[in-house]
Design a binder for this molecule. Structure first.
Ligand code: NDP
Length: 276
């Protein structure tokens, strides 16, 4: 039996148990995946994680607001976790706590499934929070040629670019990474990714020019109507919400913990399970 869990606050809304139980059914594995509500402070988070592994836990996902705390708690970090500055997947090995971040690879895998071309693509990321940071390295590894990062608070985009540029230089695959004021987001991109939480608020005014054009538009948000996707759909772009990214990151975590690669059928079963 694999004992898995997701730690967050709030956590009741999390679809991760349905997703991982669907994976387990398809893979023929015995899995118990629980939600762990944790008070929002470092000491509580550390105590919950330690108790989980001491009690025989195999692996845990980490969600809002604990991804950065998990990053600081780990003894060993994957390159994806290092570049993201955040951890969403935990496991223990030889008494050490390991951390990875599967969010960005989950996005790239979903974009590949959609058949959107990333090789040599010119990409615009809106937002400079945790989700934006986590997708930059996986996009670069997928072969994009250029990434502009734009954010309501420009200084955060500038800081992100300054921090990530040396890390990306080490991959030898980077074209160009730049920050850009929102009002200068015009012209043509191959892919625009909304990594802001603007869709979570009632405000539906888009913070960029109507001259912004893209062949493909991806909103990391899911489960709600998106003014961002509506806009790009109206100008003829192919669009997607972020449910496939959620499933994609979960699939990668599941593989880390169980060693099982998941079939397309398992991904489809989890997508259906997450909608109920
Ligand atoms: P953060 O809180 O770290 O960052 C929020 C970002 O949104 C900041 O860049 C912020 O700008 C910007 N923002 C917030 N409100 C507005 C607004 N009204 N107009 C313009 N920009 C705004 O959040 P995360 O990075 O963790 O998450 C961002 C989104 O991605 C969320 O919707 C989240 O649900 C989604 N997500 C989806 C995942 C998936 O699997 N599908 C995985 C991870 C995240 P500023 O710096 O100026 O405040």
């Amino acid at each position: 039996m694999y004992h898995l869990a997701v730690v967050g606050n709030p956590i009741a809304h999390s679809r991760s148990p349905q997703i991982h139980h669907a994976f387990a059914r398809e893979a023929g594995l015995a899995v118990r995946y629980s939600r762990l509500l944790c008070p929002n402070d470092v000491d509580s988070f550390r105590a919950v994680v330690q108790a989980f592994f001491a009690g025989g836990g195999t692996g845990a996902n980490v969600t809002v607001p604990f991804k950065e705390m998990a990053y600081h708690l780990c003894d060993v970090l994957s390159p994806a976790a290092q570049s993201a500055g955040a951890v969403n997947t935990l496991w223990q090995q030889d008494g050490k706590l390991f951390g990875d971040n599967t969010d960005g690879k989950g996005l790239v895998n979903h974009i590949n499934q959609l058949g959107w071309q990333l090789t040599q693509a010119k990409v615009l990321i809106l937002g400079a929070g945790g989700a934006a940071r986590g997708v930059v390295l996986p996009l670069v590894m997928a072969g994009v040629s250029h990434i502009d990062i734009s954010n309501r608070t420009l200084s955060k985009a500038e800081t992100l670019v300054a921090e990530l540029t040396p890390m990306l230089a080490a991959t030898n695959s980077m074209g160009e990474l730049k920050s850009l004021p929102l009002q200068q987001c015009t012209g043509h991109y191959d892919v625009v990714i909304n990594a802001t939480s603007m869709g979570l608020s009632a405000e539906q005014t888009l913070p960029f020019s109507s001259q912004l054009i893209s062949d493909y538009a991806y909103d990391m948000m899911y489960g709600k109507p998106s003014a961002f996707l509506q806009h790009f759909s109206q100008i003829g772009a192919s669009v997607s919400d972020g449910l496939g990214m959620l499933i994609g990151q979960a699939a990668l975590s599941f593989t880390i913990w169980t060693g099982q690669n998941l079939s397309t059928q398992a991904i489809q079963a989890a997508t259906q399970a997450s909608q109920h």
